[in-house]
Design a protein around this ligand. Sequence first.
Ligand SMILES: [Zn+2]
Length: 451
Amino acid sequence: MLLILLIPVAAGICVYQFHPVFLKTTVVDQEFKEEFQPEKNIFCVVGAKASQVKVEGSVDTSKEGNYYVEYQFRKQKKKVEVRVKDTKAPELTVKSYTTDLSEELKPELFVEEVKDASEVTLRFEKEQKFTQSGTYDINIVAEDAAGNTTVKTAQAVLKKDETAPTIEGAEDITVLQGKTVDFQAGITVEDDLDPNPVLEVENSQVDLNSPGTYTAVYTARDRSGNETKLERKIVVEKNEELDQKIVYLTFDDGPSENTGEILDILKKYNAKATFFVTGNNQEHDDMMKRAHDEGHSIGLHTYSHDYAEVYASEEAYFKDLQKISDLVEKVTGEKSHIIRFPGGSSNTVSADYTKGLMTVLTKKVQEKGYQYFDWNCDSTDASGNNVPVQQLVQNATSCTSQHINILMHDTDAKDTTVEALPKIIEHYRAEGYVFKGITVDSYSAHHGVNN
Ligand SMILES: [Zn+2]
């Protein structure tokens, strides 16, 4: 642009002059928000180039109004008025829109694109109500802040919606007594014309606490009133554990040499337990295998059990979990879906590495099909090595709830835990408890999350 401007000025020769600077006009119309180019108003300069003319004063093209600038050359001045005004109407591209007769039509639905230097409002040229199927021409008006308008005609294709929505994903489900069901999970509802059909679930007849076969009724409705109803069968299976007094003996941080002794005791008493293992003592993985083969549960405690490592981030935790999961599967031939977090889900040590991590992990592990287990009875064998047997027995036998999850450890240093175990089993057996290994459906003894 600059080149085109300069050539006639540099080449043109003015023959007559009273004032050396000749301007095209003293009143310049300047389009709103477009660049102000004062040199474009110079027709020619006698004996000099246009670029030698100085222009003083400023023009704010982002605000409509009148501004003044001065063209200065060899002590001569010429004043020019610059009128900034929005005169360009919006650029509007419309499109046709297909819908049912029940949708409230809005001009935005017919607009592909609208561009303007100022804010644009859209409206219909006239408000119309359509009650019949058909294709209609509708005029869309785009108006900018200065009142410049563009009108374009778009097509509204209106159909009477006679097709009801579809419901998918409502297959029959079987659930263990006492568990919860998200009745909306996995359900998709679609309609040919209504993008947001409504789904209602009537499940007041379903009693998840009592075994039986129930029906939940799903109703999907589009805005035109078309309805689909379907029945979903919910089978609630009896959860034997709900009626039993159960002790879950749990041993963390193994396997180790002590694991073998613990397995001997459990065998002698015909009691089942759970081992939350790590990958730190793989020379004793034969004990993990033996525990599994003898009917005990193997849970995932983490591979490294290193707080700084496993709680470094969500990704770090799941990377470690995958490692211990793979190890357990390799050793036992079975995948484990039960977890115990190092330090329990209530730990605060994780906050030293990642704020809010346990809040995320406790949710995510369940979404991934795992369940995590804390404890509601602490033997306190983690408070030091060789905690006196008497003290361990006293702590581990002080619990009275229907489902008791006892925290113990089967590392090499925990000899007194091994010694205390027979007394703990004898105590609860006398109280009428049975000893079970943990499954994903077992009582989970969740702590409150503190990070
Ligand atoms: Zn541990």
